[in-house]
Write a protein that binds this ligand. Structure first.
Ligand SMILES: [Zn+2]
Length: 364
C-alpha cells in the first residue's frame, strides 16, 4: 500500500463523535494566498458561536504550519478540540479548499492518489543502481547498489574471451543482487530506467511474476532524475488508465450477469459497511446531499432532523464522501470515473469480493 493510501486510511477513521463541525481540512497549491483568508472569514461567520473558539485555535495551528513549511502542494487536517494535526505533502497540485466538517475531508486526497499508484523506480546500468520508492506524498531513495565490473580489457595475460566471461559473470551477480532488492511480485509496480541495454537485460533476469510488475522501461541518463520523475509519473498514469478501463469492463460484465457488483447509494453503502467491496467506483465531481450520525455511523440521503436510531443530532454530508470513507476504512481502493456509465448506475458502484443476501441495515 502506498504511503498516501495509508494516510487516507488513517484519516478516514477520524471523526467528531457528536457530529460537530470541528475538523478543518485545507488543500493548498500555494498560488493564491488570499483564498485561505477569504474562506476563514466566511466559515467564522457561518459557524455556530460555541464552535468559533475551536475554529480560531485550529486555524492558528494551521497558519503556524504554513508559515514554517510554506503553502505549496500541501493538505492539512486539524482540530484543536481533538488535539489532532496531520500534514500531507503532495507531489501534484490539489484544488484550493478550506472546509470545516465533522471529519477530515479526504476526497481530493483520494482523487490525487487515484491518479497513479505508488511505485518503485530503478535507475540502473550494468554495475550501479539507485532504487527509489515513489508515493503520492513523497519520493524516497531507498537503496543504492553497485558492484565493481571490469569495463576495460587491460593489456596482460588475460585473453579477450576470459575477460568477457568474467565481465558477464560479474554483471550477472550484480543483477542477482538487484533482483533481491526489488519489492515482492504482486506488490508494487516497477519502472526500470537507465541508459543503454542494461534495463532490458535485467528484465530478462526477473521471474515471470516480477516481470509482470514492470510497467515501463525508460531511457534516461544515470543523473537525470528530475526529468525521469515526470516520465515515470506519466507512465504510471497511463498504466492507471489501462487498469481503470479493465476494472470498468469487469464492472459492466458483473452488472450484466447480476454477479459480484453493487450500484446506487443504498446498495453500495450496505456492501461497504459489510466489508464486501473490492473496488469502489465514484462519479468524479458528483456530490449528493445526505446526513450522517457519527455516533452510530448511520448514513442517509436527503435531510433528517435527527438520527432515527439514537435521536441525536446528525451532520449534513456528501453521501459519496462518506461511502468513500467507509470503503477506505476497509482498505478498498476508490476509483474516480468520468465515464457516464457510473452516473447512470446511481453515481456510485462497486465490484464485490463476495455476495450476501440483503440482510444489512437499510439506508434511509
Ligand atoms: Zn445515531
Amino acid at each position: 500500500m502506498t504511503s498516501c493510501a495509508l494516510d487516507i486510511r488513517e484519516l478516514s477513521r477520524v471523526f467528531d463523535g457528536e457530529s460537530r463541525p470541528t475538523y478543518v481540512s485545507l488543500y493548498s497549491d500555494g498560488t493564491d494566498p488570499r483564498f485561505i483568508h477569504r474562506r476563514r472569514q466566511a466559515i467564522r461567520s457561518a459557524l455556530p458561536s460555541h464552535l468559533r473558539e475551536n475554529f480560531q485555535q485550529t486555524m492558528q495551528e494551521v497558519t503556524r504550519y504554513l508559515n514554517d513549511h510554506g503553502s505549496r502542494n500541501v493538505a492539512l487536517f486539524a482540530s484543536a478540540a481533538h488535539d489532532f494535526f496531520k500534514a500531507v505533502s503532495l507531489t501534484d497540485a490539489p484544488p484550493n479548499l478550506l472546509v470545516v466538517d465533522s471529519s477530515p475531508y479526504i476526497r481530493p486526497l483520494a482523487a490525487l492518489d487515484d491518479q497513479w499508484e505508488g511505485f518503485t523506480l530503478v535507475l540502473m546500468n550494468t554495475h550501479h543502481a539507485k532504487i527509489y520508492s515513489v508515493a503520492c506524498s513523497d519520493i524516497a531513495r531507498e537503496k543504492e547498489l553497485s558492484r565493481e565490473v571490469m569495463n576495460k580489457h587491460k593489456k596482460g595475460g588475460m585473453s579477450q574471451a576470459r575477460f568477457q566471461r568474467l565481465r558477464r559473470g560479474s554483471i550477472h551477480h550484480f543483477y542477482q543482487d538487484l533482483r533481491g532488492a526489488l519489492p515482492a511480485p504482486g506488490s508494487q509496480k516497477i519502472i526500470l530506467a537507465g541508459p543503454g541495454e542494461a534495463k532490458h537485460q535485467f528484465l530478462h533476469h526477473l521471474s515471470p511474476p516480477l516481470q509482470e510488475n514492470v510497467v515501463a522501461l525508460i531511457d534516461a541518463p544515470m543523473d537525470g532524475e528530475q526529468e525521469l520523475w515526470e516520465d515515470s509519473i506519466h507512465a504510471m498514469r497511463e498504466h492507471g488508465q489501462e487498469v481503470k478501463g479493465r476494472l470498468l469492463d469487469q464492472l459492466k460484465k458483473e452488472i450484466l450477469t447480476d454477479g459480484l457488483a453493487a450500484y446506487g447509494v443504498s446498495e453500495v453503502t450496505r456492501a461497504t459497511r459489510n466489508g464486501q467491496v473490492e473496488v469502489l467506483f465514484v462519479e468524479r465531481g458528483h456530490r449528493q446531499r445526505g446526513w450522517l450520525c457519527e455516533r452510530c455511523q448511520r448514513l442517509g440521503t436527503g435531510t433528517a432532523p435527527s438520527c432515527p436510531t439514537c435521536g441525536k443530532p446528525v451532520t449534513t454530508v456528501d453521501v459519496l464522501e462518506e461511502i468513500m470513507e467507509f470503503a477506505q476504512r476497509t482498505g478498498a481502493p476508490v476509483t474516480f470515473v468520468d465515464d457516464d456509465f457510473v452516473g447512470q448506475m446511481g453515481h456510485v458502484a462497486a465490484l464485490l469480493r463476495y455476495r450476501t443476501e440483503n440482510t444489512g441495515e437499510a439506508v434511509a
